[in-house]
Design a binder for this molecule. Sequence first.
Ligand SMILES: [Zn+2]
Ligand SMILES: [Zn+2]
Length: 179
Amino acid sequence: MTIPSLIVLHSSDSPNGRADTVDDIRRWHTNPKIIGSGTQAQCPKCLASVDENAWRCNTCGQHFGRGWKKAGYHHVIEIDGAAMPLVELNDDEILEPWEIANGAYGYNRRSVHICMIGRDAFSYAQWLSLTDLSFQYQDQFPRAQIVGHRDLNPNKICPGFDVATWLAQGREVLEGHVL
Ligand SMILES: [Zn+2]
Ligand SMILES: [Zn+2]
C-alpha cells in the first residue's frame, strides 16, 4: 500500500476525434495477446496462424489486446467529456494493490492515471472534464504531482501536450490542442 506521488495524464493515441470508449480501452489492454511474432504469430484462443499486427483472428473472431491483467487507467475521458471509471479506485488516499493500474511501467505503485481519448487534440468538453477531474484527484491525493506520461518516459508522446504549460496557464483549454 502506498500514497500516490503522481497523477499521470495520458492520451489513448487514437486518431483525433475518433469516438473510442472506455470499453475499447479495456479490451485493448486486457484481451489476450498474440502468441509469438513474425511468421510464428498465432491466435491465443484457436492457435490459427495470424498476422502479428492483426487486431482480430480471422478464424475464431477473437479480438487481440496486450494481455494485461488490469487496464492502464483509473478514468478515461471520452470525446463527449464523460469521465468514465476503468480501474476501480476507492475514495481514500491510499493506493492498495487492487487499485493499481498499468499505465506507466515502473511507476504504477505510486501513480493514479487519467487518459483522454485522442492523440493530441481534444474536444472542449474533454478539456473541461480534465480540469474538473484533475482537481478531484488532487483533493483525494493531495501529495501527488500532476505530470504527463511523456515526462516519465521520453519514448512516449502521450498525453500529446505539455502538462506543465497547461498547469501554468490555470488548466485552461490548451490552444493548438482542440478538436
Ligand atoms: Zn501513456
Ligand atoms: Zn482464433
